[in-house]
Design a protein around this ligand. Structure first.
Ligand code: PMP
Ligand code: GLN
Length: 383
């Protein structure tokens, strides 16, 4: 068979989780909470199943769930979203992003992404026949080099640049977009007639009194945008694989053509359950403070180690430099951490297409205190 993804291996998350299991290590690698999700939400699923919500849901998603999402967006961001025409429920955030790429990419189209980047973007673009144009965030602050982006877009002789993907709060760095970032992005997108894919799965995981700047608040920019979300992050149920995409009607029309003959629809009882549970605003309003406490707790534990923190104000990740400890490549160092110290992390180079090793590891702090204590005890031994 001729591979459609000849240069793609196994996801780093699978690799590190398997390695953690093999060595019985603490797993701060793959991002997922190790604490239970809401028992009340589980009860809502039971109820939905028992009252017969077990057949295909509407292809665009359970109507009540879409209505509740529109109400939530109005409440949080004061933006009017039409549940009929602007929202599609998807089997997870990753799928939501994949569908967006599939909707717009024609063979040979270029898509700008920023590296380090969540690991599904590049294979998604390549699979759809697109060409990845990676631009590196500036180490160690991980800011976007906007001038470079403008030059890149300007330098396209034929208008091959089709889209830009942005992610805020950002995985893996925890960087959060400011209003200025969005205004510059808007200018680039509009003046070059691009599409934007905005990965906002960590919208509620934001700290230090920062506000999530959703692209939906900028009508001219939103007119060319797919915004992708994940219920897995919001309700601590990454295994549910449920998310959604929000886009203007003309864009959503095309998106739904792709979705309807791909997944067609998503898990019915969980959609019904979330629709019911979503009226509890506290469930999502409280998670910023809850995760900030975890981040700060881990920070405190690692303060006296030789790891040097690269600050994060969003997502459930924080990164640390280890160049005062070792000059091993980050993949080698990460593997050694599992084998010798019993702790799994993610080497930052996994989020770059071409080998880029700043000697940084990413830790996931979505864990109970006991796990963070145990993880820190391992990391404190690394000199
Ligand atoms: N985007 C980013 C940046 C993520 O970290 C994740 C989490 N895996 C996703 C998208 C996808 O979310 P989901 O698990 O719902 O597919
Ligand atoms: N989003 C999570 C991470 O970045 C895990 C995603 C996955 O396992 N596919 O670690």
């Amino acid at each position: 068979m001729q591979s459609k993804l000849p240069n793609i291996g196994t996801s780093i998350f699978t690799v590190m989780s398997q390695l953690a299991a093999k060595h019985n290590a603490i797993n701060l690698g793959q991002g997922f909470p190790d604490f239970p999700m809401s028992a009340e939400l589980i009860e809502c699923v039971n109820k939905a199943m028992q009252s017969g919500g077990n057949q295909y849901a509407h292809t665009n998603g359970v109507p009540l769930l879409r209505e509740r999402l529109a109400e939530k967006i109005k409440y949080l961001y004061d933006v009017n979203i039409n549940p009929e025409t602007n929202i599609t429920i998807t089997p997870g955030g990753t799928y939501s992003i994949f569908c967006a790429f599939s909707t717009i990419i024609q063979p040979g189209d270029e898509v700008i992404i920023f590296e380090p980047a969540y690991d599904s973007y590049i294979p998604n673009i390549v699979f759809n026949g697109g060409i990845v144009v990676p631009i590196e965030l500036e180490f160690p602050d991980y800011t976007i080099p906007w001038d470079k982006v403008k030059d890149k877009v300007k330098a396209a002789i034929t208008p091959k640049t089709k889209a830009i993907l942005v992610n805020t709060p950002h995985n893996p760095t925890g960087r959060v977009f400011t209003k200025d970032d969005i205004l510059i992005l808007q200018e680039i997108v509009l003046s070059n007639n691009l599409y934007l894919i905005s990965d906002e799965v960590y919208e509620h995981l934001i700290y230090d009194n920062k506000q999530h700047e959703t692209v939906m608040k900028y009508p001219d920019l939103f007119a060319r945008t797919f915004v992708c979300f994940s219920f897995g992050k919001t309700y601590h149920c990454t295994g549910w694989k449920l998310g959604y995409c929000i886009a203007p009607e003309n864009i959503m029309k095309e998106y739904r053509k792709v979705h309807q003959f791909n997944a067609f629809g998503c898990d019915t009882p969980k959609q019904i359950a979330i629709a019911e549970y979503m009226t509890n605003k506290e469930a999502y309003l409280s998670i910023g403070a809850m995760y900030q406490e975890k981040r700060d707790y881990l920070r405190g534990l690692l303060d006296n180690t030789k790891f040097v923190r690269l600050p994060s104000s969003g997502s459930y990740f924080e990164s640390y430099r280890y160049d005062t400890i070792s000059d091993e490549p980050d993949t080698v160092f990460a593997e050694r951490l599992v084998r010798e110290f019993g702790i799994a992390v993610v080497p930052m180079s996994a989020f770059y297409q071409k080998s880029t090793d700043h000697k940084v590891i990413r830790l996931c702090f979505a864990k109970v205190k006991e796990t963070l204590d145990a993880a820190a005890a391992c990391l404190q031994k690394v000199h």
